[in-house]
Design a protein around this ligand. Structure first.
Ligand SMILES: *[C@@H]1O[C@H](CO)[C@@H](O)[C@H](O)[C@H]1NC(C)=O
Ligand SMILES: *[C@@H]1O[C@H](CO)[C@@H](O)[C@H](O)[C@H]1NC(C)=O
Ligand SMILES: *[C@@H]1O[C@H](CO)[C@@H](O)[C@H](O)[C@H]1NC(C)=O
Ligand SMILES: *[C@@H]1O[C@H](CO)[C@@H](O)[C@H](O)[C@H]1NC(C)=O
Ligand SMILES: *[C@@H]1O[C@H](CO)[C@@H](O)[C@H](O)[C@H]1NC(C)=O
Ligand SMILES: *[C@@H]1O[C@H](CO)[C@@H](O)[C@H](O)[C@H]1NC(C)=O
Ligand SMILES: *[C@@H]1O[C@H](CO)[C@@H](O)[C@H](O)[C@H]1NC(C)=O
Length: 333
């Protein structure tokens, strides 16, 4: 009964949610051709970046309009540039070349953490040179599709998701047509090097974000059109609840400096991959209570290529995509 009441309240919020404003494209940050898929973006502690994940296993850093993106690191220890450079998404070779998806910095140490679809949780040293695999097949953990990631800025604890234990990124088409609920939310503690599972049986958990005070973590369920909240501290610690329902597929979630969250939401007509049919990509800004503050349409830019992430940085909106060849910078009216 309580759940019914909560759901009704959430639906009312949705129906009363602000009319979408249309984001205006300021700039496209193009990846070196033919690389695609800047699924997630991160900024370092000096305001440098964005750093983006990519389809061929490399992480690129944007260094400015003249030089564009420069190679920063790669997630796979045995990556062969001849074989891997320029690799497109959904190739079986990504299993060895790597396919970083979610990215996040620990600003205290300067380490960059990546959720690699095939290799699991990976840490990149501040100079980009040293890559450590922390949790994944190489460590004996049966990960199949590591996806979203966030770092608690105070504790350095890394929250990340396993989208599915049945499907890999190369099977994405089958995954989105399934009713899979084998995903999980995990927590990596750098002080102990221990990884633990926080929540199981999730329907493609694609994005994750910890709250500003570290008291809860949000996880999106792409196939279930909803966001769950897992309490980490306080009287409700270790329990989870429905946070909000969305009219579309929620992907990455990014906290703003004010403690609110941008959720990337896509509504598909047809399959998200093939044929690449019309999508309605939006950024939805919500409070810590799940109240919708703003809805921004990115449709003019990402017409056919879903936006996977919307992130606010320095007062500007950045968007990432699993399929596009660029990251986009927007302003909103
Ligand atoms: C963000 O703003 C800071 C302070 O003005 C600046 O140093 C930094 O370069 C900016 N970063 C980006 C990516 O715009
Ligand atoms: C990388 O792959 C190419 C093409 O298969 C091969 O010729 C080369 O020896 C490989 N390099 C290394 C370091 O394994
Ligand atoms: C990289 O790893 C090597 C070997 O473990 C170590 O000697 C070196 O100090 C590390 N460099 C950085 C920048 O962490
Ligand atoms: C943490 O665990 C990973 C995976 O088992 C291992 O490679 C790494 O050396 C460990 N680090 C520390 C500091 O124990
Ligand atoms: C990861 O694999 C190691 C080695 O098999 C195991 O000890 C550990 O319990 C696994 N962790 C999880 C969360 O499954
Ligand atoms: C929940 O997930 C576990 C494995 O993580 C699985 O064994 C179990 O069957 C799942 N339960 C449901 C209801 O799907
Ligand atoms: C939550 O779980 C942790 C670890 O199992 C435990 O230490 C803590 O007491 C639990 N908190 C509550 C409120 O149940």
């Amino acid at each position: 009964m309580a759940m019914v009441v909560i759901t009704a309240t959430l639906l009312i919020f949705l129906l009363c949610s602000p009319t979408p404003s249309v984001a205006i494209l300021l700039n496209k940050l193009q990846l070196p051709s033919p690389v695609t898929g800047p699924e997630s973006l991160a900024f370092d502690r000096n305001g440098g970046g964005p750093y983006v994940s990519s389809s061929d296993g490399r992480i690129f850093k944007y260094v400015g309009p003249n030089e564009g993106f420069k190679e920063y690191a790669s997630t796979s220890p045995n990556r062969n540039k001849t074989v891997c450079d320029g690799l497109a998404d959904f190739s079986a070779l990504q299993a060895t070349c790597g396919r970083p998806l979610g990215l996040g910095f620990n600003h205290q140490t300067g380490d960059l953490y990546a959720a690699d679809a095939y290799l699991g949780l990976v840490k990149v040293s501040p100079d980009g040179g040293n890559v450590t695999q922390l949790f994944g097949p190489a460590q004996g953990n049966s990960t199949r599709f590591t996806d979203g990631l966030d770092v608690d800025p105070d504790t350095g604890i890394v929250y990340f998701t396993e989208a599915s234990t049945n499907f890999q990124l190369k099977d994405f088409q089958s995954l989105v047509n399934s009713d899979d609920n084998s995903g999980s939310l995990l927590k990596y503690d750098p002080s102990t090097n221990q990884t633990t599972v926080l929540l199981r049986n999730l329907s493609v958990p694609s994005g994750v974000a910890v709250s500003r005070d570290g008291s809860f973590v949000l996880v999106s369920e792409y196939l279930a059109n909803r966001i769950q909240r897992v309490w980490l501290k306080g009287p409700r610690a270790n329990s989870s609840e429905l946070f909000m329902i969305l009219l579309g597929r929620p992907d990455n979630i990014k906290r703003t400096s004010r403690g609110q969250f941008w959720i990337s939401v896509n509504s598909f007509i047809g399959s998200p991959i093939s044929p690449r049919r019309a999508t309605l990509p939006r950024g939805v800004l919500v409070t810590e209570n799940g109240i919708v503050l703003r809805v921004v349409s990115l449709a003019s830019e990402y017409g056919a290529e879903a936006a996977s992430e919307v992130q606010e940085y320095n007062g500007t909106l950045y968007a990432g995509s699993l399929l596009a060849s660029y990251a986009a910078i927007f302003t909103t009216p």
